[in-house]
Design a protein around this ligand. Structure first.
Ligand code: SF4
Length: 444
């Protein structure tokens, strides 16, 4: 197992500053370890357009799960001559994907890395207000971020005329009330404004009409934490970080494995490492006596893969070609003692409960899937139930609903039926089993 890893800024740009005692890295220690170097370089020596080109060239993709180019997202914000409105930067820290805990780790241990990433992003998109929308249950992260924001204000790294550059930025922490759908960027905007957290119809995109109708850029915590090192070490270095399988994705990614593995956890790794390496070399494999049956690559809303997919490189393209999604890259192992119908029912119950209820297929379809799965789980399913579940999956697929909640919700269901259909068939009650008891027909 590779628990003890020699970390350097070049190999582990996100986590090399993490302390052995896992206390937060506060401002003095962060600055002594080259902290705010990237922000200082940006504010004093670079033009926003130059930074956008740099981030585009680095091929940094959003780490929240969708994998959209960060440079392109930043370039969608209105330019000076197109907008006289205030711009907002919104950090999406509403990490509620089951099995995912990477942003929590960054916020609890490296709060200034996030603030520095936000400072560079805000300068680039010309935002003078930044919000961190934090999952309500992350009490420790909230305390850590509050203190770090205060430290940065005192040190002149937030507020007015930052580092004498003339640039102003205030960052506010906003804690959510515990709804999964707030992770969807437009639902997050509604929630921040004090409205019901339903996604908004797109277009218009937040880059044109976002928070309080003003241009807004929404970035994930880990995405923003990648930015300072790109400013510091450059694009050539960032693109050179790769595992031996030449992945098209650049930089490092926080990856992990949970479930009944010997060493569940989180590691900063280059894209392209195989799932087998992640499971066996880092997570130590399954606990003795158990066998891997399936795994989810990146959270509950990604499709199941099997043992046959363990040699697939962990990156956006390869996991997608294998039939799932990289998602958050925090994988979950399913062992041979777990029934796939019961597990899928559990997941669909969660997604059904978290539906915002705006569109019919999601509002009605997900509870229906739970009803059918519960029947199958109790061996009371009826012939045709599996086919209805498959029809539901096609009615809830991409493009059928306002947001990606429903398409994400049916990914584990669809893949569970595909790979483990026999377990679903075992849930069909044998309604005609008593026919064998009829031995004769009596005359009236
Ligand atoms: S797909 Fe579900 S969560 Fe998304 S808008 Fe429709 S009802 Fe709401």
């Amino acid at each position: 197992m590779r628990n003890i890893i020699n970390k350097s800024p070049e190999t582990h740009p996100l986590t090399w500053r993490v302390r052995n005692d896992h206390n937060p890295v506060w401002i003095n220690e962060y600055k002594s370890k080259n902290g705010y170097f990237g922000a200082s370089k940006a504010l004093h020596y670079m033009e926003p357009k130059e930074i956008i080109n740099l981030i585009k060239d680095s091929c940094l993709k959003g780490r929240g799960g969708a994998g959209f180019s960060t440079g392109i997202k930043w370039s969608m914000m209105p330019k000076d001559n197109e907008s006289r409105h205030i711009h907002y930067l919104l950090c999406n820290a509403d990490e509620m994907e089951p099995g995912t805990y990477k942003d929590r780790f960054l916020m609890e241990q490296l709060p200034h890395l996030l603030i520095e990433g936000m400072l560079i992003a805000a300068f680039t998109i010309k935002a003078s207000r930044g919000y961190i929308f934090l999952r309500g249950e992350y009490i420790n992260a909230a305390e850590t971020l509050r203190r770090a924001i205060k430290e940065a204000n005192t040190a002149g790294l937030l507020g007015k005329n930052i580092l004498g550059s003339g640039f102003n930025l205030d960052i506010f922490l906003h804690t959510g009330a515990g709804r999964y759908i707030c992770g969807e960027e437009t639902a997050l905007i509604n929630s921040l404004e004090g409205r019901r957290a339903t996604p908004r119809s797109k277009p218009p995109f937040p880059a044109s009409i976002g928070v309080w109708g003003k241009p807004t850029c929404v970035n994930n915590v880990e995405t923003l934490c990648n930015v300072p090192a790109i400013l510091e070490y450059g694009v050539k270095w960032y693109k050179s970080i790769k595992a031996k399988n030449a992945s098209k994705d650049t930089g490092t990614k926080l990856m992990g494995f949970s479930g009944r593995v010997k060493n569940p956890g989180l590691w900063e790794l280059p894209f392209g490492i195989t799932a087998r390496e992640l499971l066996e070399d880092y997570a130590g494999g399954l606990v003795d006596g158990l066998k891997l049956k399936a795994w989810l690559p990146g959270g509950a809303s990604t499709g199941f893969l099997t043992e046959n997919h363990l040699d697939v490189p962990m990156d956006f393209e390869n996991i997608s070609q294998a039939g799932s999604r990289l998602g958050t890259a925090l994988a979950i192992a399913v062992d041979n003692t777990i029934n796939m119908v019961a597990l899928t029912r559990n997941l669909e119950e969660f997604f059904s409960r978290e539906s915002c209820g705006w569109c019919t297929p999601c509002r009605d379809g997900l509870p229906w899937s739970v009803k059918l799965l519960s029947a199958l789980d109790n061996r009371k399913g009826q012939p045709g139930d599996i086919e209805i579940l498959e029809q539901l999956c096609s009615c809830l697929g991409p493009g059928k609903t306002f947001c990606a909640h429903a398409p994400g919700a049916i990914e584990p269901l669809q893949s569970a039926i595909k790979y483990f259909r026999v377990e679903f068939e075992a849930g069909i009650a044998d309604y005609f089993s008593n026919t064998s008891k009829i031995t004769c027909i009596h005359n009236n």
